[in-house]
Design a protein around this ligand. Structure first.
Ligand code: R5P
Length: 308
């Protein structure tokens, strides 16, 4: 087995390598003078089981293109099997035609990965689980929830209700409510534009409880802050949030600094810059991913990684 990293999240890759007790493979990723990406795999990988760690977070197009080029280089270097380890799958929100004449970019990305030569994908908390079906190669889809729930249990959050900030997140919220033995509620949300949402209704018993809002990602923070404010209006006590992917554009920092949220738990699936002003706890998924890589390599089941 050999593991390599792209440029997207080197600290996470180093954490994975450390747990696997193998060094990261030798790869050069540089630029041609005009900005095109130049890749060279420096060591021999002929006949090897290789893993390339690259979340396709911002700059999404750069990171995605880099991943495709690395996979192409690995295939041409005669790797026996190439697994793309994508702790965050960019373009995952564009997973259906919800308006006329729009693309399904999540499917396009799957096609590009397969065309480049990837043999399998290891991912975590896709925006929609059915993205697995966009691939006709094996996909191992992990949940960050075992890592996050272990942390939350230590917080002893009291009389807890898990809240989905929109109908699309209901399944995820249900899973968390089961794991935390908590109630379940949902916020009805309308997206007015990519940057503006309106959270207008809470369904469920939330009065006087501690709320845990769960979601797969934060981008502008509109969804999370809208839900938190509405929950406060409905008599909720402390509000915590557990979000797998801290995508965070600048306005998310501004919005979240004013929101009534006590703690925001995220993972290191993508690197987080400038979290200082916010009550953010970053949990590492390096061990989870390292264990999955080890199991894939040795043809063992990964389903035990779903247990807490
Ligand atoms: C929506 O379906 C997602 O699960 C997130 O709730 C949403 O993408 C978050 O975006 P923002 O932080 O910009 O509201």
């Amino acid at each position: 087995m050999k593991i390599f990293t792209g440029s997207a999240n080197r600290p996470l890759a180093e954490g994975i390598a450390e747990r696997l007790e193998i060094p990261l493979g030798d790869i050069q990723i540089t630029r041609f003078p005009d900005g095109e990406i130049a890749v060279k795999i420096v060591e021999n990988i002929r006949g090897e089981d290789v893993f390339i760690i690259q979340p396709t977070c911002a700059p999404t197009n750069e990171n995605l293109m880099e991943l495709l080029i690395v996979i192409d280089a690995m295939r041409r270097a005669s790797a026996a099997r190439i697994t793309a380890v994508m702790p965050f799958y960019g373009y995952g929100r564009q997973d259906r035609k919800d308006q006329p004449r729009v693309p399904i970019t999540a499917k396009l990305v799957a096609n590009l990965l397969v065309a480049a030569g990837v043999s399998r994908v290891l991912a975590m908390d896709f925006h929609a689980q059915q993205i697995q079906g966009f691939f006709d190669i094996p996909v191992d889809h992990l949940f960050a929830s075992p890592v996050i729930v272990r942390h939350l249990r230590e917080q002893k959050l009291g009389d807890l209700v898990v809240v989905s900030p929109d109908p699309g997140g209901m399944k995820m919220a249900y899973a968390y409510s089961r794991m935390l033995n908590a109630g379940l509620a949902i916020v009805a949300k309308q997206r007015k534009s990519p940057r503006e949402v309106e959270s207008y209704q809470v369904v469920g018993d939330v009065q006087g409880k501690t709320a845990l809002i769960v979601d797969d990602l934060i981008t502008t923070g509109g969804t999370l802050c809208g839900a938190a404010r509405l929950l406060k209006q409905h008599g909720v006590g402390d509000i915590h949030a557990a979000i797998t992917h801290a995508v965070f554009v600048q306005e998310a920092f501004d919005r979240l600094s004013k929101a009534p949220i006590k703690e925001i738990v995220v993972t290191d699936s993508i690197p987080l810059h400038n979290p200082d002003r916010l009550p953010i706890t970053v949990l590492s998924v390096a061990e989870l991913l390292a264990e999955a890589i080890q199991r894939i390599h040795s043809n063992q089941s990964v389903s035990s990684l779903f247990r807490i």
